[in-house]
Design a protein around this ligand. Structure first.
Ligand code: MG
Length: 433
Protein backbone atom coordinates (compact mmCIF):
# COMPACT_ATOMS: atom_id res chain seq x y z
CA UNK A 1 0.00 0.00 0.00
CA UNK A 2 1.93 2.99 -1.33
CA UNK A 3 1.99 6.55 -0.03
CA UNK A 4 0.77 8.86 -2.80
CA UNK A 5 0.60 12.23 -1.06
CA UNK A 6 1.60 13.98 2.18
CA UNK A 7 0.12 17.28 3.37
CA UNK A 8 1.31 19.27 6.37
CA UNK A 9 -1.17 21.66 8.02
CA UNK A 10 0.39 24.25 10.36
CA UNK A 11 -2.52 25.25 12.60
CA UNK A 12 -3.19 27.91 15.24
CA UNK A 13 -6.32 27.74 17.41
CA UNK A 14 -7.33 30.55 19.79
CA UNK A 15 -7.95 29.57 23.39
CA UNK A 16 -11.18 31.24 24.55
CA UNK A 17 -10.67 30.24 28.16
CA UNK A 18 -7.54 32.36 28.13
CA UNK A 19 -9.40 35.60 27.25
CA UNK A 20 -8.20 38.55 29.24
CA UNK A 21 -5.56 36.57 31.06
CA UNK A 22 -2.42 38.43 31.92
CA UNK A 23 0.63 37.10 30.09
CA UNK A 24 2.77 35.45 32.69
CA UNK A 25 5.56 33.09 31.84
CA UNK A 26 4.80 31.17 35.01
CA UNK A 27 1.44 30.21 33.50
CA UNK A 28 3.48 28.21 30.97
CA UNK A 29 1.55 27.03 27.93
CA UNK A 30 -1.58 29.13 28.27
CA UNK A 31 -3.78 26.76 26.26
CA UNK A 32 -2.74 23.92 28.51
CA UNK A 33 -3.52 25.35 31.92
CA UNK A 34 -6.04 28.21 31.49
CA UNK A 35 -9.25 27.35 33.29
CA UNK A 36 -12.49 29.02 32.26
CA UNK A 37 -14.46 27.18 34.95
CA UNK A 38 -12.66 28.84 37.84
CA UNK A 39 -13.54 32.46 38.63
CA UNK A 40 -10.73 34.94 38.05
CA UNK A 41 -9.34 35.91 41.42
CA UNK A 42 -6.50 38.23 42.16
CA UNK A 43 -4.54 35.68 44.10
CA UNK A 44 -1.50 37.90 44.36
CA UNK A 45 -3.47 40.35 46.49
CA UNK A 46 -4.53 37.65 48.91
CA UNK A 47 -2.33 37.49 51.94
CA UNK A 48 0.28 34.82 51.56
CA UNK A 49 0.71 32.44 54.48
CA UNK A 50 4.29 33.52 54.83
CA UNK A 51 5.39 37.15 54.62
CA UNK A 52 8.60 37.76 52.71
CA UNK A 53 10.47 38.62 55.89
CA UNK A 54 9.68 35.18 57.28
CA UNK A 55 11.04 33.34 54.26
CA UNK A 56 14.20 31.37 54.67
CA UNK A 57 17.00 32.47 52.40
CA UNK A 58 18.23 30.01 49.78
CA UNK A 59 21.04 30.22 47.29
CA UNK A 60 18.80 29.97 44.27
CA UNK A 61 18.55 32.72 41.66
CA UNK A 62 14.91 33.51 42.35
CA UNK A 63 15.45 33.83 46.11
CA UNK A 64 18.63 35.87 45.67
CA UNK A 65 16.62 38.51 43.87
CA UNK A 66 18.67 38.30 40.68
CA UNK A 67 15.80 36.68 38.79
CA UNK A 68 13.77 39.41 37.10
CA UNK A 69 10.79 38.41 35.02
CA UNK A 70 11.01 40.44 31.80
CA UNK A 71 8.17 39.47 29.48
CA UNK A 72 8.87 40.24 25.83
CA UNK A 73 5.49 40.25 24.06
CA UNK A 74 5.89 39.52 20.34
CA UNK A 75 2.17 39.45 19.50
CA UNK A 76 1.60 35.76 18.88
CA UNK A 77 4.53 34.64 21.01
CA UNK A 78 6.04 35.71 24.32
CA UNK A 79 9.11 34.86 26.31
CA UNK A 80 10.52 35.70 29.71
CA UNK A 81 13.91 37.16 28.87
CA UNK A 82 14.86 37.23 32.55
CA UNK A 83 15.10 33.46 32.78
CA UNK A 84 16.02 30.44 30.70
CA UNK A 85 12.39 29.51 30.07
CA UNK A 86 10.93 28.68 26.66
CA UNK A 87 9.22 30.88 24.09
CA UNK A 88 5.45 30.25 24.22
CA UNK A 89 2.47 30.92 21.98
CA UNK A 90 -0.72 32.59 23.18
CA UNK A 91 -2.55 30.05 20.99
CA UNK A 92 -2.66 26.29 20.54
CA UNK A 93 -0.22 25.67 17.68
CA UNK A 94 0.82 22.42 16.08
CA UNK A 95 1.43 20.72 12.73
CA UNK A 96 -1.14 18.17 11.60
CA UNK A 97 0.01 15.69 8.94
CA UNK A 98 -2.13 13.81 6.42
CA UNK A 99 -0.89 10.93 4.29
CA UNK A 100 -2.85 9.48 1.39
CA UNK A 101 -2.35 5.97 -0.05
CA UNK A 102 -3.10 4.31 -3.38
CA UNK A 103 -5.83 2.27 -1.67
CA UNK A 104 -7.68 5.39 -0.54
CA UNK A 105 -6.80 4.93 3.14
CA UNK A 106 -5.83 8.18 4.84
CA UNK A 107 -3.59 8.45 7.90
CA UNK A 108 -3.32 11.42 10.29
CA UNK A 109 -0.26 12.37 12.32
CA UNK A 110 1.08 15.30 14.30
CA UNK A 111 4.49 16.86 14.72
CA UNK A 112 4.37 18.80 17.94
CA UNK A 113 5.07 22.47 17.13
CA UNK A 114 4.22 24.67 20.09
CA UNK A 115 5.94 27.57 18.34
CA UNK A 116 6.32 28.07 14.57
CA UNK A 117 4.37 25.17 13.06
CA UNK A 118 5.25 26.72 9.70
CA UNK A 119 8.85 25.62 10.23
CA UNK A 120 7.83 21.99 10.76
CA UNK A 121 5.37 22.09 7.86
CA UNK A 122 8.04 23.45 5.51
CA UNK A 123 10.47 20.66 6.46
CA UNK A 124 7.74 18.07 5.80
CA UNK A 125 6.82 19.62 2.44
CA UNK A 126 10.35 20.29 1.18
CA UNK A 127 12.29 17.28 2.54
CA UNK A 128 10.23 14.53 4.18
CA UNK A 129 7.52 14.33 1.51
CA UNK A 130 9.84 13.68 -1.47
CA UNK A 131 11.79 11.18 0.69
CA UNK A 132 8.62 9.28 1.58
CA UNK A 133 6.28 9.38 -1.43
CA UNK A 134 5.94 6.00 -3.18
CA UNK A 135 6.97 3.96 -0.14
CA UNK A 136 4.87 1.15 1.33
CA UNK A 137 3.20 2.01 4.66
CA UNK A 138 4.19 -1.41 6.04
CA UNK A 139 7.85 -0.35 5.74
CA UNK A 140 7.16 2.21 8.46
CA UNK A 141 10.26 1.60 10.60
CA UNK A 142 12.50 1.50 7.52
CA UNK A 143 10.96 4.81 6.39
CA UNK A 144 11.75 6.39 9.78
CA UNK A 145 15.32 5.11 9.59
CA UNK A 146 15.93 6.29 6.03
CA UNK A 147 14.36 9.70 6.73
CA UNK A 148 16.54 10.07 9.85
CA UNK A 149 19.64 9.05 7.91
CA UNK A 150 18.94 11.56 5.13
CA UNK A 151 20.04 14.38 7.46
CA UNK A 152 22.29 12.42 9.82
CA UNK A 153 25.54 13.64 8.28
CA UNK A 154 24.36 17.25 8.68
CA UNK A 155 23.86 16.80 12.41
CA UNK A 156 20.06 16.97 12.53
CA UNK A 157 19.80 14.63 15.51
CA UNK A 158 16.90 16.39 17.24
CA UNK A 159 14.54 19.36 17.03
CA UNK A 160 12.35 20.40 14.11
CA UNK A 161 13.67 17.82 11.63
CA UNK A 162 12.99 14.87 13.92
CA UNK A 163 9.57 16.32 14.79
CA UNK A 164 8.81 16.46 11.06
CA UNK A 165 9.74 12.84 10.31
CA UNK A 166 7.88 11.72 13.45
CA UNK A 167 4.67 13.50 12.43
CA UNK A 168 4.75 11.49 9.20
CA UNK A 169 5.59 8.32 11.17
CA UNK A 170 2.44 8.71 13.31
CA UNK A 171 0.31 9.23 10.17
CA UNK A 172 1.71 6.04 8.66
CA UNK A 173 0.91 4.07 11.83
CA UNK A 174 -2.67 5.44 11.71
CA UNK A 175 -2.97 4.23 8.10
CA UNK A 176 -1.55 0.80 9.03
CA UNK A 177 -4.15 0.35 11.79
CA UNK A 178 -6.93 1.38 9.40
CA UNK A 179 -5.61 -0.97 6.69
CA UNK A 180 -5.61 -3.89 9.15
CA UNK A 181 -8.87 -2.76 10.79
CA UNK A 182 -7.35 -2.79 14.27
CA UNK A 183 -6.12 -0.24 16.82
CA UNK A 184 -2.63 1.04 16.04
CA UNK A 185 -1.31 -0.40 19.33
CA UNK A 186 -2.37 -3.87 18.18
CA UNK A 187 -0.67 -3.44 14.82
CA UNK A 188 2.49 -2.36 16.69
CA UNK A 189 2.71 -5.57 18.67
CA UNK A 190 -0.29 -5.95 20.90
CA UNK A 191 -2.64 -4.54 23.48
CA UNK A 192 -1.18 -4.53 27.00
CA UNK A 193 -4.14 -2.84 28.71
CA UNK A 194 -7.57 -1.49 27.88
CA UNK A 195 -7.57 1.50 30.22
CA UNK A 196 -4.98 4.24 30.61
CA UNK A 197 -4.76 6.34 33.80
CA UNK A 198 -4.15 10.06 33.36
CA UNK A 199 -2.86 12.88 35.49
CA UNK A 200 -4.12 16.41 35.01
CA UNK A 201 -1.80 19.40 34.80
CA UNK A 202 -2.39 22.31 37.17
CA UNK A 203 -0.34 25.40 37.81
CA UNK A 204 -0.03 28.94 39.07
CA UNK A 205 2.03 31.17 41.28
CA UNK A 206 -0.02 31.31 44.50
CA UNK A 207 -0.76 28.39 46.86
CA UNK A 208 -4.52 29.03 46.87
CA UNK A 209 -4.60 29.35 43.07
CA UNK A 210 -2.96 25.97 42.53
CA UNK A 211 -5.05 24.38 45.30
CA UNK A 212 -8.24 25.66 43.63
CA UNK A 213 -7.15 24.04 40.35
CA UNK A 214 -6.35 20.83 42.21
CA UNK A 215 -9.76 20.71 43.85
CA UNK A 216 -11.45 21.41 40.49
CA UNK A 217 -9.47 18.57 38.87
CA UNK A 218 -10.38 16.11 41.62
CA UNK A 219 -14.01 17.08 41.01
CA UNK A 220 -13.53 16.02 37.38
CA UNK A 221 -12.47 12.54 38.50
CA UNK A 222 -8.68 12.85 38.43
CA UNK A 223 -6.80 10.88 41.07
CA UNK A 224 -3.37 12.10 39.94
CA UNK A 225 -2.33 15.73 39.49
CA UNK A 226 0.89 17.39 38.36
CA UNK A 227 1.79 20.87 39.55
CA UNK A 228 3.68 23.04 37.04
CA UNK A 229 5.70 25.36 39.26
CA UNK A 230 8.30 28.00 38.47
CA UNK A 231 8.75 29.62 41.86
CA UNK A 232 11.67 29.78 44.26
CA UNK A 233 12.40 26.81 46.50
CA UNK A 234 10.41 27.89 49.52
CA UNK A 235 7.34 29.01 47.54
CA UNK A 236 7.39 25.75 45.58
CA UNK A 237 7.25 23.80 48.84
CA UNK A 238 4.57 26.15 50.20
CA UNK A 239 2.36 25.60 47.12
CA UNK A 240 2.84 21.82 47.21
CA UNK A 241 1.97 21.75 50.92
CA UNK A 242 -1.21 23.76 50.34
CA UNK A 243 -2.30 21.47 47.51
CA UNK A 244 -1.60 18.37 49.62
CA UNK A 245 -3.59 19.88 52.48
CA UNK A 246 -6.52 20.67 50.14
CA UNK A 247 -6.79 17.33 48.29
CA UNK A 248 -5.69 14.95 51.06
CA UNK A 249 -3.45 11.92 50.90
CA UNK A 250 -5.55 9.79 48.54
CA UNK A 251 -4.64 11.95 45.52
CA UNK A 252 -1.32 11.30 43.79
CA UNK A 253 0.71 14.52 43.38
CA UNK A 254 3.72 15.23 41.20
CA UNK A 255 5.77 18.41 40.72
CA UNK A 256 7.31 19.65 37.46
CA UNK A 257 9.71 22.52 38.18
CA UNK A 258 10.71 23.07 34.53
CA UNK A 259 14.48 22.78 35.02
CA UNK A 260 14.45 25.72 37.41
CA UNK A 261 17.14 24.58 39.85
CA UNK A 262 20.81 23.78 39.98
CA UNK A 263 21.92 20.43 41.32
CA UNK A 264 22.24 21.23 45.02
CA UNK A 265 19.00 23.22 45.20
CA UNK A 266 17.14 20.47 43.32
CA UNK A 267 18.30 18.00 45.98
CA UNK A 268 17.31 20.40 48.75
CA UNK A 269 13.89 20.92 47.14
CA UNK A 270 13.39 17.19 46.63
CA UNK A 271 14.10 16.46 50.29
CA UNK A 272 11.37 18.93 51.29
CA UNK A 273 8.89 17.59 48.74
CA UNK A 274 9.49 14.03 49.90
CA UNK A 275 7.87 14.98 53.20
CA UNK A 276 4.65 15.65 51.24
CA UNK A 277 4.68 12.19 49.68
CA UNK A 278 4.98 13.38 46.08
CA UNK A 279 5.13 10.68 43.41
CA UNK A 280 7.85 12.32 41.34
CA UNK A 281 9.96 15.43 40.87
CA UNK A 282 10.10 16.32 37.18
CA UNK A 283 12.72 18.27 35.25
CA UNK A 284 14.55 19.51 38.36
CA UNK A 285 17.54 20.92 36.47
CA UNK A 286 19.01 21.53 33.02
CA UNK A 287 18.52 18.18 31.24
CA UNK A 288 21.80 18.54 29.33
CA UNK A 289 23.64 18.04 32.66
CA UNK A 290 23.45 14.26 32.86
CA UNK A 291 26.00 13.91 35.74
CA UNK A 292 23.97 16.46 37.74
CA UNK A 293 20.79 14.49 37.13
CA UNK A 294 22.53 11.33 38.31
CA UNK A 295 23.51 13.10 41.52
CA UNK A 296 19.96 14.34 42.09
CA UNK A 297 18.54 10.87 41.48
CA UNK A 298 21.03 9.21 43.85
CA UNK A 299 20.41 11.77 46.59
CA UNK A 300 16.64 11.48 46.75
CA UNK A 301 14.24 8.70 47.64
CA UNK A 302 11.51 10.18 45.42
CA UNK A 303 11.74 9.27 41.72
CA UNK A 304 13.01 11.81 39.19
CA UNK A 305 10.99 12.01 35.96
CA UNK A 306 12.50 13.51 32.82
CA UNK A 307 12.93 13.20 29.08
CA UNK A 308 10.30 15.24 27.22
CA UNK A 309 13.09 16.94 25.23
CA UNK A 310 14.83 13.87 23.90
CA UNK A 311 13.56 12.40 20.65
CA UNK A 312 15.55 9.31 19.70
CA UNK A 313 17.05 6.15 21.17
CA UNK A 314 20.49 7.57 20.37
CA UNK A 315 19.95 10.45 22.79
CA UNK A 316 18.64 8.06 25.45
CA UNK A 317 21.59 5.66 25.55
CA UNK A 318 23.78 7.53 28.04
CA UNK A 319 20.74 8.50 30.14
CA UNK A 320 19.65 4.89 30.56
CA UNK A 321 23.19 3.52 30.97
CA UNK A 322 23.89 5.99 33.79
CA UNK A 323 20.37 5.74 35.19
CA UNK A 324 20.22 9.54 35.13
CA UNK A 325 16.57 9.45 36.16
CA UNK A 326 13.93 7.00 37.27
CA UNK A 327 10.95 7.62 34.97
CA UNK A 328 11.26 8.22 31.21
CA UNK A 329 8.87 10.71 29.58
CA UNK A 330 8.96 10.38 25.78
CA UNK A 331 6.76 12.81 23.86
CA UNK A 332 5.24 10.77 21.04
CA UNK A 333 4.68 13.81 18.77
CA UNK A 334 8.48 14.29 18.99
CA UNK A 335 9.65 10.66 18.94
CA UNK A 336 6.98 9.28 16.63
CA UNK A 337 5.36 5.97 17.53
CA UNK A 338 8.38 4.16 16.07
CA UNK A 339 10.87 6.07 18.24
CA UNK A 340 8.62 5.98 21.30
CA UNK A 341 8.41 2.21 21.12
CA UNK A 342 12.19 1.93 20.76
CA UNK A 343 12.79 4.18 23.77
CA UNK A 344 10.23 2.30 25.89
CA UNK A 345 11.80 -1.04 24.97
CA UNK A 346 15.27 0.13 26.00
CA UNK A 347 13.82 1.63 29.20
CA UNK A 348 12.33 -1.78 29.99
CA UNK A 349 15.82 -3.31 29.84
CA UNK A 350 16.75 -1.01 32.71
CA UNK A 351 13.48 -1.58 34.60
CA UNK A 352 12.52 2.06 34.01
CA UNK A 353 8.80 2.87 33.58
CA UNK A 354 7.59 5.34 30.95
CA UNK A 355 5.11 8.14 31.60
CA UNK A 356 4.59 9.77 28.18
CA UNK A 357 4.65 13.57 27.97
CA UNK A 358 1.93 15.34 26.01
CA UNK A 359 2.23 18.95 27.18
CA UNK A 360 1.10 21.30 24.45
CA UNK A 361 0.57 18.48 21.95
CA UNK A 362 -2.71 18.51 20.04
CA UNK A 363 -5.47 15.98 19.60
CA UNK A 364 -3.57 13.69 17.19
CA UNK A 365 -0.67 13.70 19.63
CA UNK A 366 -3.07 12.69 22.42
CA UNK A 367 -4.59 9.87 20.34
CA UNK A 368 -1.12 8.59 19.34
CA UNK A 369 0.08 8.77 22.96
CA UNK A 370 -2.97 6.78 24.03
CA UNK A 371 -2.09 4.06 21.49
CA UNK A 372 1.51 4.08 22.76
CA UNK A 373 0.25 3.76 26.35
CA UNK A 374 -2.11 0.89 25.52
CA UNK A 375 0.68 -1.03 23.78
CA UNK A 376 3.64 -0.50 26.10
CA UNK A 377 4.35 -3.06 28.85
CA UNK A 378 6.32 -0.67 31.08
CA UNK A 379 3.81 2.20 30.72
CA UNK A 380 2.99 3.97 34.00
CA UNK A 381 0.66 6.99 33.55
CA UNK A 382 -0.12 9.48 30.73
CA UNK A 383 -0.16 13.28 30.86
CA UNK A 384 -3.41 15.12 30.14
CA UNK A 385 -4.83 18.63 30.16
CA UNK A 386 -8.51 18.75 31.04
CA UNK A 387 -8.40 22.54 30.58
CA UNK A 388 -6.80 22.49 27.13
CA UNK A 389 -8.68 19.55 25.66
CA UNK A 390 -11.65 21.39 24.13
CA UNK A 391 -9.33 23.70 22.17
CA UNK A 392 -7.25 20.79 20.93
CA UNK A 393 -10.38 18.83 19.93
CA UNK A 394 -11.68 21.61 17.62
CA UNK A 395 -10.43 19.74 14.52
CA UNK A 396 -12.36 16.52 15.27
CA UNK A 397 -15.56 15.47 13.56
CA UNK A 398 -16.68 13.43 16.56
CA UNK A 399 -16.01 13.52 20.28
CA UNK A 400 -12.86 11.98 21.70
CA UNK A 401 -12.15 12.64 25.34
CA UNK A 402 -11.15 11.14 28.66
CA UNK A 403 -13.62 10.34 31.38
CA UNK A 404 -13.08 10.10 35.15
CA UNK A 405 -9.34 10.54 34.77
CA UNK A 406 -8.74 7.80 32.24
CA UNK A 407 -8.92 6.87 28.57
CA UNK A 408 -10.22 3.58 27.26
CA UNK A 409 -9.17 1.59 24.20
CA UNK A 410 -10.89 3.36 21.26
CA UNK A 411 -13.28 1.30 19.16
CA UNK A 412 -12.23 2.79 15.82
CA UNK A 413 -9.17 1.40 14.01
CA UNK A 414 -5.84 3.22 13.72
CA UNK A 415 -5.45 6.07 16.20
CA UNK A 416 -9.20 5.90 16.89
CA UNK A 417 -10.09 9.49 15.96
CA UNK A 418 -11.89 11.18 13.06
CA UNK A 419 -10.35 14.41 11.78
CA UNK A 420 -12.54 16.98 10.00
CA UNK A 421 -10.33 18.32 7.24
CA UNK A 422 -12.52 21.40 6.77
CA UNK A 423 -11.86 22.33 10.38
CA UNK A 424 -8.13 21.74 9.94
CA UNK A 425 -8.25 24.07 6.91
CA UNK A 426 -10.12 26.65 8.99
CA UNK A 427 -7.26 26.89 11.49
CA UNK A 428 -4.43 26.55 8.97
CA UNK A 429 -2.07 29.51 8.98
CA UNK A 430 -0.42 31.10 5.96
CA UNK A 431 3.16 30.17 5.10
CA UNK A 432 5.73 32.58 6.54
CA UNK A 433 7.67 32.76 3.31
MG1 MG B 1 7.56 18.52 31.98
Amino acid sequence: MKITNITAFPIRIPNESDDGRKINTKNLNTAMLANKDLPAKDYEKQESKKQNKDKKRHLDAKALGTYDSEIKDMGIYYVDEGSNTSIYSKFHETTVVKIETDSGIIGWGEAQSPVSPNTTATIITDIVTPLTIGKNIFDVEAIWHKNYSAKRERGHYTGFYIDAICGVDIAIWDAIGKALNMPTCQSMGGIHRKKVPLYNGIGGTHPEEVADQAEWSVGKGYKFLKMHLKEDLETTVEIAAKVRERVGNSIGLMADVHMGFDTFNAIKLGKELEKLNLLWLESPSDPIDIPGLCEISRSLDMPIANGEWTRTKYEMREIFEKRAYDISMPDIARTGLTGGKQIATIAELYNIPVAPHVGGGGIVSIAATLQFSLGTPNFMIMEHSEQGHAVKAMILSDNFDASEGQYELPEKPGLGIEIDENKVEKYKIDPSI
